[in-house]
Ligand binder design. Structure first.
Ligand SMILES: [Fe+2]
Ligand SMILES: [Fe+2]
Length: 166
């Protein structure tokens, strides 16, 4: 298995997009199925965000200073997704605002992943060496084992506080 950090993150994106398609394809009355899919989506997003926040973004910021603005924008885009995820995690799938909130989450995250894949990852690959990306990938493989899956874990609230005051 490749430990190239970008390959790993793109694999996550593929998995997340598949779950988005399943959610959108679920019938209007498939409330229980959609509830389960939403939980899986939120957990996958939580882990993926953790790997990007702990490894990818800070390393890129340190090693390629000209990409700092884009890293900061990514933090904000992830923050929006974090807030929606936390609300959705606590929400019943038959709640009035559930579908609409899921749609906004899916639209936002899809836009963010498109940008990463089409614009940002190529810049990162150009700016970093192969061995740096391999090293970061190896750290991600390790971190994934203990990454928080639920937005209800204490680290989630800390992230929201950090987004405002840090
Ligand atoms: Fe991201
Ligand atoms: Fe990503």
């Amino acid at each position: 298995m490749s430990t190239d950090a970008i390959v790993i993150l793109k694999d996550d994106h593929r998995q997340i997009r598949r779950l988005f398609r399943d959610f959108r394809g679920a019938g209007e009355k498939a409330t229980a199925t959609k509830g389960k899919l939403a939980t899986r989506i939120i957990e996958e997003l939580n882990v993926h965000t953790y790997l990007e926040n702990e490894v990818m973004y800070p390393e890129v910021r340190r090693l390629i200073p000209e990409l700092e603005g884009e890293v900061l924008e990514s933090y904000e885009e992830h923050h929006v997704a974090d807030v929606l995820s936390m609300e959705l995690y606590a929400m019943k799938p038959d709640a009035e605002r559930f579908e609409a909130k899921m749609s906004v989450l899916i639209e936002n995250v899809t836009h963010h992943m498109d940008e990463e894949e089409q614009e940002w990852f190529p810049k990162v690959r150009k700016g970093l060496g192969r061995s740096q990306l391999q090293e970061m990938g190896a750290r991600m493989v390790e971190l994934r084992k203990t990454a928080p899956r639920s937005p209800a874990q204490p680290s989630a609230l800390k992230k929201v506080v950090d987004a405002v005051i840090a």
